[in-house]
Structures are given as structure tokens and as C-alpha cells.
Design a protein around this ligand. Structure first.
Ligand code: CA
Length: 235
């Protein structure tokens, strides 16, 4: 089967070269020139690999990587600018599988891409499921269930929940959640997060006011607190 590669790169010359190299290695290539468009193409096409530039308009490579990781364990090759050595470390701790520093040779690009595509699926998946015994989140298929019953979430609610359970106990600000969950974070205000969290809590089967694993941290944001094993269900 032909491997599908999505290239998200705003520099048209570099994008063209990547396209040529990958087509020559037998891949089918789709492209996007900014972060938001990249996510749209990603969701539309479910590629086998993403080549992702760090410096992008609308959403930068880090924001795109985070959004992709909330959904998928697809291999991601980050392209970092020369001299930005810290980006390599950041890329690998943020869930990128490999990185290439510009300028890179065609041969090196082809080799890295082939190595990532050859990786067995099982090795790519470290955490495509969150399960604390009550809440089950399948990141790949966007399925959520609470105590065994499926929860019907909108894409925004799913992304909010995914962002929170990916980092249990860690407080995420309304701004971070906006950027993670909304396609147009700059056209909506942080109060939208509050209402979406309220709806999400209700859909997860807990009443307002009861102790809920999604906690508001006054003045800071929200966090997911893993319920202790055997805790009675609230609400
Ligand atoms: Ca760029």
C-alpha cells in the first residue's frame, strides 16, 4: 500500500523539494502551508506520517504537534531551524518521533522518512488509550466511556478531555485549552472554555457541584485529577 505523507511547511521551495524526494521514494504526498490548514488536511486524510515545520503561520509546529498527539500516534518528523538546538529536545519530549535540522540533504530526509514508516505499529503506540478504571479515552478512535457507558462528545469536548487526561494532575490555562481544542482560538474568548468544561463534566456523568475529576483551579485553569481506585461515583 502506498504510504501517505502530509508535509506541513510554509516555505514553498523547501516544501517542493520534500514533495519531490518523498514522491520519488514512492509516497503519496499532501501538503499544507500553515498550521491550521495542516490540521484540517490531517483530519481529512489520516496520513501515515507527518513532516512538520516548527515555524509556521496561524498555529506553529508545537501547537500542531500537540493537537495531533491528542488524537493520534502517527509518526511525526519535525523540521527545526539551524541554530535552534533546543528545539530538538523540545520536539522529542513533546511527542515528535524524529527531527531534521535545516538545511538537510535529500538523502537524509528520505532515510529518516523510510525509517519512521518502517517502524512497527506497536512500537509507535505508547499511549493511545487513557484508562483510570472509570474513564476510558481512546485517542485514536476518539471514543470515550465512563464506567463502561459511552459518552457522546463533540470534537471540542473530546480535545479538551484528551488534553487534560494526557497530563493528569497538571493545570492547563484557559488559553492553553483554547489553543488545543478550538480551530479558531483567536476568535473566541476564554469564557468559552468554562462553558465547554461545564458541558463536558455533565456528559461525563457527574452533577455540577459534586467532586469531579475535572477540577477548576481558581485563577489558573483546569486539571484532571485521577480518582482514587474504588472511589464511589459522584453525581
Ligand atoms: Ca517555516
Amino acid at each position: 500500500m502506498t504510504e501517505q505523507v502530509l508535509v506541513i511547511e510554509d516555505d514553498t521551495d523547501i516544501a517542493l523539494v520534500i514533495r519531490l524526494v518523498l514522491s520519488r521514494s514512492g509516497c503519496e504526498v499532501t501538503g499544507a502551508a500553515d498550521g491550521r490548514e495542516g490540521l484540517r488536511v490531517f483530519h481529512a486524510g489520516h496520513p501515515d506520517l507527518v513532516v512538520l515545520d516548527v515555524g509556521l503561520p496561524t498555529l506553529d509546529g508545537w501547537q500542531v504537534l500537540e493537537r495531533i498527539r491528542d488524537m493520534s500516534d502517527v509518526p511525526v518528523l519535525m523540521l527545526t531551524a539551524h541554530g535552534q538546538e533546543n528545539d530538538k529536545v523540545r520536539g522529542l519530549t513533546s511527542g515528535a518521533d524524529d527531527y531534521l535540522t535545516k538545511p538537510f540533504s535529500n538523502k537524509e530526509l528520505a532515510a529518516r522518512v523510510q525509517a519512521l514508516l518502517r517502524r512497527p505499529r506497536a512500537e509507535r503506540k505508547e499511549s493511545d488509550v487513557y484508562d483510570d478504571g472509570r474513564l476510558l479515552v481512546k485517542f485514536g478512535s476518539n471514543e470515550v466511556s465512563v464506567d463502561g457507558s459511552p459518552a457522546d462528545l463533540t470534537p471540542i469536548e473530546f480535545r479538551l478531555l484528551a488534553a487534560l487526561v494526557r497530563r493528569p494532575g497538571q493545570t492547563l490555562s484557559a488559553e492553553q485549552l483554547l489553543e488545543t481544542a478550538w480551530n479558531d482560538p483567536f476568535s473566541v474568548g476564554p469564557e468559552r472554555v468554562k462553558f465547554a468544561i461545564m458541558r463536558l463534566r455533565r456528559k461525563l456523568g457527574q452533577a455540577e457541584g459534586a467532586t469531579h475529576p475535572i477540577e477548576a483551579v481558581r485563577g489558573f485553569g483546569y486539571r484532571y485529577v485521577v480518582p482514587p481506585a474504588g472511589a464511589p461515583r459522584s453525581g
